[in-house]
Design a protein around this ligand. Structure first.
Ligand code: ZN
Length: 248
């Protein structure tokens, strides 16, 4: 699946993927079932201010749960750009600063969160996630300067990384609102986001992650890609692409 910035969410359209299974936007919950914290690698290509901006986004997701869940530990790593989107599915969760945007992705995408998961009847288990930032075509700011606010963009992408879909209500109610402007500064999860993330991971009742029932059924591999664009939204599930027209 690809979800994009600067765009409207699909209007409750039922989509299909993998040939048969019905995919209804956002209806099948997507979540991690392995223990938090996840070890998130931040590319050494980011400078100190950018790294701080990314860490702030991670901290703010945790703070939104009143620090009941420590979602991430972060560390810097030499993350070389990969050849081919499938090569990111390597067991390493990364935030990549890409000056050479993958040819498989449209140049107009601001950022992409790619998730590889396993689909069960009631949810999609996230097995791998990576955030790719398009420094090839866009400018990101950490100082309120010209460009897309890096913390705002990464906060939104981390929402996808943690399993959230877009929220169409408003920018005031959700950082998962599918649009962002150059000077939007939305650095802390909003009420809708806090409700959803808390519910997804049973924040109230556990030390952290929800206890997810062991699945007896066989899972089905699913690849989800979330792309954000300034002006449209594209959703990709297992390679099937769906463009959602901006209706504003
Ligand atoms: Zn998005």
């Amino acid at each position: 699946m690809i979800l994009l910035f600067g765009c409207k969410q699909p209007e409750d359209t039922d989509l299909t993927y993998g040939g048969s299974a019905a995919y209804s936007s956002g209806n099948l919950p997507t979540k991690w079932t392995k223990s938090f914290p996840l070890n998130l690698k931040i590319s050494n290509d980011f400078d100190a201010n950018e790294t701080e901006a990314i860490n702030l986004a991670a901290d703010n997701w945790e703070e939104s749960t009143e620090n009941k869940i420590n979602f991430f530990t972060t560390s810097n790593e030499n993350l070389n750009p990969r050849t081919g989107l499938s090569s990111y599915n390597d067991g390493l969760y990364g935030v990549y600063k890409l000056y050479d945007w993958p040819a498989e992705l449209p140049s107009t995408a601001l950022a992409v969160t790619q998730i590889n998961g396993t689909q069960y009847s009631s949810y999609i288990r996230i097995d791998q996630a990576d955030i790719l930032l398009n420094y090839d075509y866009y400018t990101f700011a950490t100082d309120g300067g010209w460009g897309y606010d890096l913390t705002t963009v990464v906060l939104h992408e981390m929402g996808h990384f943690l399993g959230l879909y877009h929220d169409n209500s408003s920018k005031e109610d959700s950082v998962m609102y599918p649009t962002i402007g150059r000077y939007n500064d939305n650095q802390f999860p909003k009420e809708n986001d806090i409700t959803k993330i808390s519910s997804k991971y049973n924040v109230d009742i556990s030390r952290g992650i929800a206890s997810v029932p062991t699945q007896k059924e066989a899972g089905q591999a699913v690849k989800i890609t979330l792309e954000m664009y300034p002006d449209k939204e594209i959703m990709k599930v297992n390679g099937h692409e769906y463009e959602i027209t901006h209706d504003e």
